[in-house]
Design a protein around this ligand. Structure first.
Ligand SMILES: O=C(O)CCC(=O)C(=O)O
Ligand SMILES: [Fe+2]
Length: 198
């Protein structure tokens, strides 16, 4: 399936609900769940260490060092599965990526709060390719302050690919809220280009 535009003002979104076939996505979920070096990291909020409500891992080229929410990330070396996936995502999107952030939402109680991926290392108009595996979860987008636009909700199924680029991060925030529905694990990979620290 090709990537098709999703119309959202002052954003640039491309979406393929079936970038991977069901069996491909199922295999990858099993493989990555087992082989990725998952960690539960803590972020510092008002002087308190709060464990993130999900597991994470960071893989990439050695130059792709990254800092967010006060955390520093040294990339681990690409595994064969992640390197192959990077190539496919690059071919489909026409963008290059030197790193991938993986998030594992173990249950409906795992989540990600409102944020924009607007760290300086990503540059002003980052292309971020988000691949979802496992349980369908609702991805939300809301306009940043001063923009009178309607929020967007998108259910991201197993094997779907969402590309956020252009001015999306400047004008919109996104989140992956908790859900009370009983859901299985969901694994999300966001491929990024991190500009090496100068
Ligand atoms: O899990 C998702 O779909 C969103 C992940 C995300 O926003 C991020 O890694 O920055
Ligand atoms: Fe994000």
């Amino acid at each position: 399936m090709p990537l098709l535009p999703l119309l959202l003002p002052q954003a640039s979104l491309l979406y393929d609900h079936a970038f991977l076939t069901g069996p491909e996505a199922d295999n990858l979920l099993a493989r990555l769940s087992a082989e990725v070096a998952w960690e539960q990291r803590a972020i510092r909020i008002f002087g308190q260490e709060i464990p993130q409500p999900r597991l994470t891992a960071w893989y990439g080229d050695p130059a792709a060092r990254y800092a967010y929410s006060g955390l520093h990330w040294e990339p681990r070396n690409w595994t064969p599965a992640l390197a192959a996936l990077r190539q496919r995502v690059e071919a489909a999107t026409g963008h290059q990526f030197n790193s991938v952030l993986l998030n594992l939402y173990r249950t409906g109680q795992d989540s990600m709060g409102w944020h924009a991926d607007d760290e300086p290392e990503l540059g002003p108009e980052p292309a971020i390719a988000s691949l979802s595996l496992g349980a369908t979860r609702r991805f939300r987008m809301r306009p940043r302050a001063g923009l009178a636009h309607v929020p967007l909700s998108l259910d991201l199924p197993n094997g779907s690919l969402l590309l956020m680029c252009g001015t999306t991060q400047q004008h919109w925030q996104h989140a992956l809220p908790k859900t009370a529905r009983p859901v299985g694990p969901r694994l999300n990979l966001t491929f990024r280009w991190v500009h090496p620290a100068g």
